[in-house]
Structure formats: structure tokens, C-alpha cells
Ligand binder design. Sequence first.
Ligand SMILES: Nc1ncnc2c1ncn2[C@@H]1O[C@H](COP(=O)(O)OP(=O)(O)OP(=O)(O)O)[C@@H](O)[C@H]1O
Length: 451
Amino acid sequence: MFPSVLIVDDEPSILQSLGGLLSDEGFEILTASNGYEALKLIETASPDIVLLDIWMPGIDGIETLKEIKAASPHIPVVIITGHGTIETAVNATKIGAFDFIEKPLSIDKVIVAIHNALNFRRLEEENRYLKKKTLKKSSIDGASPAVVALKQQIASAAPTDAWILISGENGTGKEMVARTIHTLSPRGEHPFVDINCAAIPETYLESELFGHEKGAFEAATTKSVGKIELANKGTLFLDEISNMAPATQAKLVRVLQEQKFQRLGSSRTVSVNVRVIAATHKDLELEIREGRFRQDLFFLLNVIPIEVPPLRDRKEDIPVLAAIFLEQHARQNNTEPKQLSEDALNLLCDYAWPGNVRELKNLLERLTIMLHKKTIEAGDLPRPYNPEKTPPALPVAELFSPIDLKQARTRFEEAYIRFILQQNDADITRTALAIGVDKGYLRKKIKKMKL
Ligand SMILES: Nc1ncnc2c1ncn2[C@@H]1O[C@H](COP(=O)(O)OP(=O)(O)OP(=O)(O)O)[C@@H](O)[C@H]1O
């Protein structure tokens, strides 16, 4: 299908000549001689792009542009402007026109502008699609009352500009909650910038946050823009905030309150507009009592507190999340999704999950890759998920009974293979790798041993 171009101009000669030339270039042409006609055509035929004359009787180009942007904000509009009306055309770009071209029209310039606008529209559409996909991918899954309440909290916090403190154990989904809030907020089109305060050495954290000029300190060989500046108009996610040194906390309080700061080594003040979401797995009130966290920073961040409960307190989520992760991993690896037997699922529900959702996700990924069968049984689960699985022991007494050396060698070899095989969840590939033999050779040995 050819892209459709709506040309809006009150001069019939322009409609005819430009329409003819663009039609020769393979575009589908629609024409309108005034703003009203144009708006009607946009509604009924929804063209891919509009070329809009600025000076027209009745509603002029600027008014028509405003109406188009209100009704169909994604249709790109290129303004056609006469001599001496550049200023108006520039104003038009401020209210949403994609570009402007001057009369007398050069067909090459018109074609370049059309292609640019169509490319831009395609990128915008792609971006919207990817955002939607990311949101779907990062959707918070779960069936427990705790997750339902969490989703409600997210829905009411997202549209506001209030700062948020998310607390919860490692791997519970704090970052996921922060990203979801950002995506659902009016800032969703702007950046989500995350910084893990625990992963960056204290000496670099300030420069990561505020940026620096070249030469601000010994290692600053180039200028660098800080995360706060990068998050302008968007959201700054401060992960593991309790790990921030008190001096940096003090500076951050000032900067975040004033929304103004200077890069290290610079005297120029930069103004920003950021929403802050922080996360912690530590109890910040305890950190305050022990003098490791500033109370003023806590009050600033804790406008909306959100607690993500550990997985062991929302066991109803385990079957739901397990099914979703098995499906996800299978899709990624192009295989059929595996299922958990009832016994295996019961074991997973009884487990305490110190690593929370991340641990569950990793375990299921490992099982998807390692097991070559459709159903994961209780016996396939390694320790500590299956506490009945006793750690394998070498039958030492048997090995040292007085038998001839050949027999002892065979006995040791068999006990050894059995031991390493158990350690590797009965996976032949991994066991072969661990003991440095060929997979085929190991298979033969196992067959001979009648394991
Ligand atoms: N409710 C959920 N639904 C689907 N996936 C989830 C859910 N909760 C967490 N996850 C997944 O679990 C993993 C860990 O989540 P995330 O990184 O958000 O946790 P976190 O609490 O920020 O961890 P940490 O404290 O270690 O930084 C991610 O892969 C995330 O996609």
C-alpha cells in the first residue's frame, strides 16, 4: 500500500501540480481546498501525512493544525509557507507541525520532508509498540491478595508526582514495581534512569549522580552527564538507597528539594525536574536510629511507602508465577513449556524462598534447560527445594573392604559416577563435563552399571 498524502491549499494550481508530481512518485493523493474539508477528510480517510498551507480563507493553517493535533495527534503535518511567513511557520512547529517548506515548492524538498515525516511516524509507532510490549513483559504477575493490593497501590501512585519508597527483601520485584509506576505515569514517555547505590563505590557515586566536568578529579578524563540530569522530566530510581554514604545523602537532600545542582567541577547550575523512586531491602527506620540514614531524606522519599511482601508470605503466587516463568523460558529457548507435577509444586510451595521471585525464576530456568522431559517431578528438584534428597555419600566402608584391586577399581568407578551424577541432577552432559569424559562413553558406563 502506498502512503497517502493529504494536500491542503486554497490554490487549485498547487493542488493539481503538487498532487500530480507526488502521485507520479507513488503516493496516494487526497486534496482539500480549505481547513474544514481537510478536517473532514482526516476523519474519514485518515491520511498518513498532511501538507498544510498556512494562509487560507476561513480557518487558517494554524487553526487547522491545532484541530488536527487535538483530534489525530499522530498524523504528521508539514506546513507549506509563503515568503515572509517563516515566523508563523516556526510557531507552527511549536504547536506540533513536523516541519515546514517554503513556496515556491521544490518537489525534491517536499519528497524529503514527506519521507522524514513518515519515518518519524514509523519510529513513533514502533516506540509506542515497544513500550506497550515492555509494560506487558514487566507486568506484575500474581494472584495473591498481596499482589492485588500492590497493583492497586501502583495504580493510585502512578498518576501523581509524589515520591515513593519501595521496601522489600531482595528479589521481591521492587525494581519491577518502580518501572511499572514510571511507565503508567505521565512521565512514562521520558527516561527511567536507575542507579544501584550498592553497586557503585562510594567515591564514584556522587559523580554518577551529579556528573562531572573534565578534570574535576583525577579519573575524570572526559566530561560526564550525571544520572539526575539524564532523568530530567522522567523518573530517577535510587536502588539500595540505604547504601548511600551520609555525605552523599546530605547533598542529595539539597539537590532533590531544590531540583537544581552543579556538576562536580562546574559552577554552572543545572535545573531539573525529576520524580524520585527509591528502594531498600533494609529497615530505614532502624538505619535512622543507628545513625546510618538521614531522617530528612527518609521523610522526603517516604511520601508514598510501598511494601513488596516476600514470596513466602504470598504462596498463592508460586503456582501462577511458576507457570508464567516456565512458559517464558520455553518461548525463549524455542521448546515446549514444561509442567510441574503436583508433588513438585507442593515442594516449591513449602519452600521459604530467601531469594524470592528471582530465585524461583532462576530455578525454573535451570530446570527448563537441564531436564529433557515434559514434567518436572519432585525427584527432579535439587536440594534445598527437595529436602528429602539426602546429599549423596560415598560408600567408604564398602570401598575399603578387602577385595582385589580390579574389583576395587570397578567399585570405586561406579560409586564415583553415581555420586557426581547425583550432584548434577542426573544430567549426563554436565556429569560428563565434570569428570572429563565423553558423553557417549558415560552413557555406555551408566548402561553397564544398570543405573
Ligand atoms: N510479580 C512478579 N511477576 C513477574 N515477575 C516478577 C515479579 N516479581 C519479580 N519478578 C521478576 O523477578 C526478578 C527480580 O525482580 P526485581 O529485580 O524487580 O527485584 P528487586 O526487589 O528489585 O531485587 P533487588 O532487591 O535484588 O534489586 C526480575 O526478573 C523480575 O522480572
